[in-house]
Design a protein around this ligand. Sequence first.
Ligand SMILES: [Zn+2]
Length: 292
Amino acid sequence: MTVSLALALGLIYLYRANFTPVKESKLRAVNEDLKIDWNILNDELKEAYQLANELQFKDDKIYRVILDTEPIPATVREGGIGGHNKYQDLLEKDLEQSSMIVGTFQKLDRLRKKLNIQSKSYNEISGLIIEKEKMWSSRPAIQPINNKELTRLHTTFGKRFHPILKKWQEHDGLDFTAPTGTPVYATGDGLVTHSYRSSTYGNVLFVNHGYGYQTRYAHLTKYIVTRGESVKRGQVIGYVGSTGRSEAPHLHYEVLYNYKPINPINFFQRDLSNEEYEKLIEISKQETVPLD
Ligand SMILES: [Zn+2]
């Protein structure tokens, strides 16, 4: 019994002497590994924060500039995270790495807030893009007649001598000379508000593009859309003719902004190459007498 007891005590002593320190040193090693991992985590957090800053830069300095809208105020972006004592419990634990852990949590909070604001900003930008797209596709931006079919352009917007009435009058549009039957295109998306035959305009179409813009297409041999119809930019809406008060087959084209006629030539550059634009200007120099 005594020998057995002595042997048992001896074994317990040996176990304690050898195994407990092994466990502690293992824990220390694990702890060191964790610290390394923690530092890597912090570095990656820093990288993610920099990426978020890049997104913020593009948002404020590129997207919002293009969309003509104000950047998000710094007071919103850098506003307080809130809950200063959020990590008080952790700090009070007085662990060796408490402040390090709290520091990382706070960095994560700032990143989360930054990304939340960014996400909301992108939602706002998406809405703005849809609205701008609609506006851009509505705005008159192409020629109502294909350049290839255009024989002459009368840049007689403004005051000029009326060829039929023989008196000075405002000419509110441009005259495109082209053979009867040449297709006439809607120059922007919109709604046909008038389609009728007038003694002066002949067969005429009025298109409302919204955003203050309207276009008129006069002296058509015929129109193929009518009042209440929606049209898309580039859609054929009628054909060149010489109806109404007109001297020869041509399209009289007007652009109005807030009901005031403006010179349509400022709206053609969108679908023209430099060469085509030069040709247009060349054609426009050929003659200056309007056909009404
Ligand atoms: Zn005219």
